[in-house]
Ligand binder design. Sequence first.
Ligand code: GLU
Length: 466
Amino acid sequence: MENLRVRFAPSPTGYLHIGGARTALFNYLVARKVRGTFVLRIEDTDVARSTQESVDAILQAMEWLGLSYDEGPYYQSQRGELYRAKIDQLLAAGRAYRCYCTAEELEEKRHNAQAEGRKPKYDGTCRGLAAPPADKPYVVRFLAPEEGETTFVDRIKGAITFRNEELDDLIIQRSDGTPTYNFVVVVDDATMGINLVIRGDDHINNTPRQIQLYQALGCQVPQFAHVPMILGADKTRLSKRHGATSVMAYKDLGYLPEAMVNYLVRLGWSHGDQEIFSMDELVEKFSLENVGKSAGVFNPGKLLWLNEHYIKTGDPVRLGRCLAEFLAQKGLDPQGGPDLPDVVRTLQDRAKTLIEMAEGAAFYYTKELEFDGKAVAKFLTEDKIVLIKELIAGLEDLETWNVETIGAVFHKILADHELKLPAIAQPVRVALTGGTTSPSIFDVVAVLGRETTLKRLGEVLPLCGA
Ligand code: GLU
């Protein structure tokens, strides 16, 4: 498609959830692939439910995911004049009319229709009123075609046809003068030159009405691609019952945005058996034609697996920056402690999330080590005093401080005492980290640095009974 223009159009009535983020991602990818334009539009016409906080949360989440847009954000709340002009255009062209039916009258019509087994649909009382009542409140309704069909070929779902007789004369302006959702979406997409609408399939039923509105306004109808919804493991619509549904909640849980992007794209799209995709690869490989027709099932275990992968393979400098935030939450300041990328390298194979990594890294930065009492009792025993003292002496003398030179000091002591590595590694691990699980002890010593290592070793001598 020439000059592709797509948009993401969230309603700012809450955070950006998994489904919305996936829609945004699909839009982003198709736009980037053909160097099209990705527009962001905030659909904030529902004043009662829209908040600035939600707008900020959505923008933040898009930034975190790396979904940059080329135009916008546009705000529907700032486009009232345009909507009014378009309503007037439809009224003048006889494609819309004022409807004076009261809520009670409509209720009665609905009731009667139901009683007679008809579909509850507006009966057109106010179509072509010869003498409209003065001073009576009114809504504006679209004069929808009564016969024929409205068909579109969805890029994901294929051909979809609605019988026009099934469709109502849609209200496009409420009695308070505000335009309704289906109308403003069409005006916006038309005036913003959107030629492909990618959105959740909960909007499929709106699409024929919207197509009729495009036609009545004399605008080109865009293509549509309706993305299947996302279900929880129990095959019901994804909701809070299934765990966190907000994208940013996963940031707080220690997930990396590339894991989230990779996860989201695979919720409904596939490319052979491939599971791991960088953003660049996605831009190259993504296509709507490979999006499945049926709902995707949210699988937190797979998201965690991807996160583990991206932690394992990530750039330690960048991961270090991410880790700093999580250390700060634990009240730990990396300033003055071991270099973050070095710390990350010792933990990349051991952490599935940044939270786990921060837990594993805490001992590097803490001023006061928390000791596991059982480990102290088991490993910091009197017979270790001599080993620890020899280790202190050996490490003090080291000219070059690295894993090899440190390892050599350990091995010399082990050989002298005819011991195996655990005999000294475990007590030293307890001394340096407070517990019995940590990265390789040589790595720990190397990264912790001479000063802290010697200090901590010295401090446990009394615990051993020295
Ligand atoms: N604002 C709508 C929503 O958040 C999206 C409308 C559309 O994409 O056409 O569901």
